[in-house]
Design a protein around this ligand. Structure first.
Ligand code: CA
Length: 371
């Protein structure tokens, strides 16, 4: 083999090997010959409970796609019946239902489970945290997925990456935000840590069910709301009732979605089925960001061309203040929980390095092509 060709092949092998070994490696403790014969002909029938309404665009569709792919790849040996939120159990009971083993699998976003462990939010989204690309690097190659497994193991769960939304939008406002003072008295639907952050700025973070968002904003029960991005927001019709559409989604810079499995159910699978669920997870990881980025770009044009909405960016001093409040909020919620601290330190370290490097590459390039 010529030296050049050899080098090329080695590089390809190394690159492929790194990603596979870091996050999706087969369990080396298992004897392949043995596990491939155990239950090899058994048909597993699983249920998956989700936190989304049935067939919800992109997120619910991902759950359905996952089940379809697994059924095809396994030749019908692993059948997963998907239930929308509320069909089998209420959406936010998915975690406990799978942890207890009542159901084998769930689908959601890890920040819904901060009441179980504050560490979970680092595997979904934190304000001013990693974007989709950084989070994917941290999870797949940087040891993030190992930490995620460690956090979920306490609940008898095994997580799987389940796609990413990309940077979300900052939300729909009927009040202009020119300074941090404008958050005073603002009633906004914004869940999670983002809500805690705006409360530090004097706003009220209000919980409103998805089905009541439109009327709440229309009737002035709330002054602002955040949902997802142009694709989902357009379908909800918010452009008809809000004056301003703000960017960026500082509170959700790239929300990672997830699947999670009961560990006893997972251990009953033969080694090939275990690889199949990992492979389906990686296909969803790839598909979801593509789908979000594509649909959002298309629907943003629709909003620009067809609607009378003013699209605005949060002023830099406002974002700086929100960032300071975020650091305070994070310190508070993590408190003295050792595993949350461990995950936070690991996360922060890569976020810093990736941000410095991306200034040279991604940021520089986006600025180059922006018009
Ligand atoms: Ca959101």
């Amino acid at each position: 083999m010529k030296r050049k060709e050899f080098l090329k092949k080695s590089i390809i092998a190394t690159v492929a090997g790194t990603s596979i070994l870091s996050a999706c490696a087969p369990d080396k403790k298992l004897d392949t010959e043995q596990t491939n014969t155990i239950n090899y002909n058994k048909i597993h029938r699983w249920k998956m409970v989700t936190t989304w309404p049935p067939n919800f665009p992109v997120l619910g569709e991902a759950a359905n796609l996952f089940a379809e792919m697994v059924e095809k790849m396994s030749g019908g040996r692993l059948l997963i019946k998907v239930f929308g939120g509320g069909q089998l159990v209420p959406p936010l009971e998915a975690f406990d239902t799978v942890a207890s083993g009542t159901v084998e699998m769930g689908c959601g976003a890890a920040y819904y489970w901060t009441g179980k462990s504050p560490a979970t939010q680092f595997f979904a989204a934190v304000p001013f945290g990693m974007n989709a690309q950084m989070l994917n690097s941290w999870l797949v190659s940087g040891g993030g997925y190992e930490l995620w497994k460690e956090v979920y193991a306490r609940f008898n769960l095994i997580p799987l990456m389940g796609g990413n939304s990309g940077v979300q939008m900052g939300g729909w406002f009927n009040r202009e935000i020119n300074s941090i003072e404008d958050f005073k008295g603002l009633k906004m639907r914004i869940p999670g840590l983002g809500g805690k952050v705006i409360e530090k700025a004097g706003a009220a973070a209000v919980l409103v069910a998805g089905s009541e968002l439109y009327t709440s904003l229309e009737r002035g029960v709330i002054d602002a709301l955040e949902w997802v991005g142009p694709y989902h927001d357009y379908k909800m019709g918010f452009h008809k009732i809000a004056k301003y559409y703000y960017s960026p989604g500082w509170h959700e810079p790239g929300t990672e979605l997830e699947f999670f499995m009961n560990n006893k159910a997972y251990e009953k699978l033969s080694s090939d089925l275990k690889e199949i669920v990992q492979s389906a997870s990686q296909r969803i990881q790839n598909w979801m960001l593509a789908e979000f980025d594509f649909q959002n770009a298309i629907y943003y044009q629709k909003i620009l061309e067809e609607e009378k909405v003013e699209v605005k960016k949060f002023p830099k001093p406002v974002l700086d203040s929100l960032k300071n409040y975020t650091v305070q909020s994070l310190e508070e919620v993590i408190g003295s929980d050792p595993i949350s601290k461990k995950v936070y330190e690991h996360y922060k370290d890569f976020l810093k390095k990736a941000s410095v490097y991306n200034k040279l590459t991604e940021e520089a390039y986006y600025n180059l092509i922006a018009k």
